[in-house]
Design a protein around this ligand. Structure first.
Ligand SMILES: NC(=O)c1ccc[n+]([C@@H]2O[C@H](COP(=O)([O-])OP(=O)(O)OC[C@H]3O[C@@H](n4cnc5c(N)ncnc54)[C@H](O)[C@@H]3O)[C@@H](O)[C@H]2O)c1
Length: 323
């Protein structure tokens, strides 16, 4: 079976997926869609596909097996529900929306249609994360810290909170999702944030930096810091876990280091997790088996909920119960 794919959103991450998909003999990109016609046209030309500037005619006119939805978080409308109603399997980039109500509507539509869904939490497909999860089995973890502190991404929608959700929702969500994968469900979040370092940037209304305290249902406590104001400083992206017999450092998509009293062991990433994630989705589509995917929409919704609760805590100054 050749999987007929449409791409909605032909920007940075849309092209990243395309670079994986074009290496697969059993995938054909038949339609591209972007509100910027030039982007849709350029990509369509590469594959002899049809270009659209709206997903409505694309869904109506094309016979698609699957769609990759790679648009900014605030741009989601009926992009997913319309696909679900037509039985089109959905890969959607994180964060899937900035509105929990919309996320629930989409999750319900996906469940009702019985289609395969996947969300772009690529860290779940890393070999070093598989091994870290095995290492942690049966071990007691008390504390972890996480950091996503770097510079400001240049896409114009990113700095507008209504469009991106802010940095916690848009970027650091990867670490929140990973924390859920490693430690289970979050009970409460309590957040503080600051501004005033990033000045003179047009349309900028996101926080410059924040710190979020998380308590988990199993008693684990974590703190995740987020910042976008670094310029010449070296960024930090990852998680540090403290268990009885090791302090473990996960350096984002690069390495895991296990520090114990007598030994430091480093394990470096040996696979392309992006390719593995996209391949898994395509295989799940071919098998019509939603359970093959490591981050289905219904589960990813829980990670989104934690980050949106952190935003709520920023607004209210109160701890927020997540579930
Ligand atoms: N999984 C990851 O590691 C990862 C990495 C980067 C980005 N992302 C996510 O991917 C999404 C897109 O990010 P990006 O960096 O590619 O942004 P981008 O701005 O480079 O690309 C987004 C594209 O979507 C188009 N678009 C906007 N609204 C649209 C609509 N309604 N219909 C069709 N096209 C529309 C824009 O014109 C643009 O070309 C974001 O949610 C981002 O968080 C995920």
């Amino acid at each position: 079976m050749t999987v007929r794919v449409g791409i909605v959103g032909c920007g940075g991450i849309g092209n990243w997926h395309v670079n994986h998909l074009e290496q697969m003999d059993d995938v054909k990109i038949v339609a591209t869609c972007d509100v910027m016609a030039e982007r849709a046209n350029d990509l369509a030309k590469r594959f002899g596909a049809t270009a659209y500037t709206s997903h409505h005619p694309m869904y109506e006119q094309e016979k698609l097996d699957a769609v990759f939805i790679c648009i900014p978080p605030g741009a989601h409308t009926d992009t997913e529900t319309m696909a679900a109603e037509r039985g089109i399997h959905i890969f959607v980039e994180k964060p899937m929306t900035v509105c929990m109500e919309q996320a629930h509507t989409i999750a319900d539509a996906i469940d009702k249609a019985g289609i395969v869904s996947a969300v772009g939490f690529q860290d779940r497909y890393l070999d070093i994360i598989d091994n870290l999860r095995t290492f942690l089995e049966g071990k007691k973890v008390g504390l972890f810290t996480g950091a996503w502190v770097g510079g400001m991404p240049t896409v114009p929608w990113w700095r507008v909170k209504a469009e991106s959700g802010g940095q916690i929702v848009e970027q650091t969500i990867h670490l929140y999702d990973l924390a859920r994968l490693l430690f289970g469900e979050v009970d409460t979040v309590y957040a503080a944030a600051g501004k005033g370092i990033m000045v003179g940037i047009e349309n900028y209304d996101v926080e410059d930096y924040s710190s979020v305290l998380l308590t988990f249902k199993n008693g684990v406590i974590g703190n995740i810091i987020t910042g976008d104001y670094l310029k010449d400083a070296v960024p930090r992206n990852g998680i540090e876990i403290y268990c009885e017999d090791a302090r473990i450092e996960y350096e984002l998509r690069s390495a895991v280091r296990y520090h114990s009293r007598y030994l430091v062991r480093e394990e470096r990433r040996a696979i392309d997790q992006g390719m593995r994630s996209d391949r898994t989705f395509i295989d799940a589509v071919k098998a019509k088996d939603p359970t093959m995917v490591r981050s289905p929409y219904r589960d990813a919704l829980k990670s989104l909920a934690v980050t949106i609760a952190a935003n709520e805590s920023l607004e209210t100054g109160e701890p927020i119960k997540v579930c």
